[in-house]
Design a protein around this ligand. Structure first.
Ligand code: BDP
Length: 353
């Protein structure tokens, strides 16, 4: 009886191996970052691909939730032909510049990043993140969902960067936070402020009297402040809270200097890893996660703010005059980074008026 059973198992194993095309890679498909297998579902075997997505934020953060939703939709709508593995918490790339460069050479398939570091590769993107460009979040979304925002998204690929912009996500407004009280431009004088990898943002802080520091990943800000390497940083409520930065820099000034959207990027090389039909599906799935992320964002923005306030953070709300002072100092950035885009900037300002 045992012998019959063993024979049966052996026959079944050989059958399974043959139906996988005897492909060694297929046998270890779950371990590989990008792998292909063949299935026996149809006469013409369909390719199954597992693609990788990098995310700096932790599990449960709005963008991470959107990454998983994207992966879920893609797997569902391609009927399992395309699977996406999400690596959150910066485990693959702690600094977004690293993930962007990996996308360019095809070492990585997707990355959810901030538009700020992408502008180092696609300079036109600086235009949609100029300081004090938008009146509020609704204004920004009208622009991003309109022709200007969509053209900018298309520009990512058109510029020859090797990247494809799939959709935008919300990231609220960015504000300064420090380990000493800051209530106006004068208090930023000489402070070392961590910034994303973007030359325009470094100039922004210089114009405000501070010193911009780049090359520190978002997951390293807390320790850099604690060790005194920097005096503070700038970000939105959810990042300030989730990275624990509020414990090291408990002074938050709601100056709202920028609104920098998030972008879900693909490597252009993904286009040759999937069928034309599946590439269309991938692009549509990304767009279909935008509203979901915006909803998750609104919830988290509120709960993060409540959490840090309850933890004792000092929040300073600048007066309209103080904001006007911040804003007036930004003129040189508009002149430099807005050069050639004057009409577009005016169109952005007029949107929704
Ligand atoms: C957060 C963005 C994240 C950036 C981070 C940063 O969600 O993509 O990496 O800022 O400041 O708001 O580096």
């Amino acid at each position: 009886m045992k012998k019959v059973l063993a024979l049966l198992i052996a026959v079944l194993t050989i059958f399974a191996f043959v139906s996988c095309g005897g492909d060694k890679e297929a046998a270890s498909s779950s371990a590989a970052s990008t792998s292909t297998t063949t299935t026996t579902a149809s006469a013409a075997p369909a390719k199954t691909v597992t693609l990788v997505l990098s995310e700096v934020h932790a599990e449960g953060y709005p963008t991470t939730l959107a990454d998983y939703e994207f992966a879920r939709l893609v797997e569902e709508r391609t009927e399992g032909r395309v699977k996406i593995s999400v690596y959150s918490g910066g485990t693959l790339y702690g600094e977004e510049t690293g993930s962007i460069e990996a996308l360019q050479i095809g070492d990585l398939d997707f990355a959810r990043v901030s538009a700020s570091p992408v502008a180092s590769y696609v300079p036109a993107l600086n235009v949609i993140q100029l300081p004090y460009l938008y009146r509020d979040g609704d204004h920004m979304w009208q622009v991003l969902n309109g022709p200007i925002g969509q053209d900018m998204l298309a520009e990512i690929q058109a510029s020859g960067s090797g990247l494809v912009g799939l959709c935008y996500y919300d990231a609220g407004s960015r504000n300064f936070y420090t380990d000493v009280p800051v209530q106006g431009v004068e208090d930023l004088a000489g402070l070392k402020i961590r910034l994303q990898n973007n030359a325009m943002m470094v100039e922004m802080v210089q114009l405000l009297g501070g010193n911009g520091v780049t090359g520190i990943g978002p997951n390293e800000v807390y320790s850099a402040i604690s060790q005194g390497t920097i005096d503070g940083a700038e970000n939105n409520w959810p990042t300030y809270e989730s990275m624990g930065d509020y414990e090291a820099a408990p002074y938050f000034i709601l100056d709202g200097h920028t609104r920098v959207p998030e972008i879900l990027l693909a490597s252009e090389k993904v286009i040759s890893k999937v069928s034309a039909e599946d590439w269309e599906i991938i692009q549509q799935c990304a767009k279909d996660t935008q509203e979901y992320e915006i909803e998750q964002w609104a919830l988290r923005e509120e709960s993060s703010r409540e959490k840090v306030v309850a933890a004792g953070v000092t929040v300073y709300e600048p007066t309209a005059e103080q904001i006007a002072e911040f804003q007036s100092l930004m003129d040189p950035l508009y002149a430099k980074y807005g050069a050639g885009y004057e009409d577009m900037i005016q169109e952005i300002i007029n949107t929704g008026l």
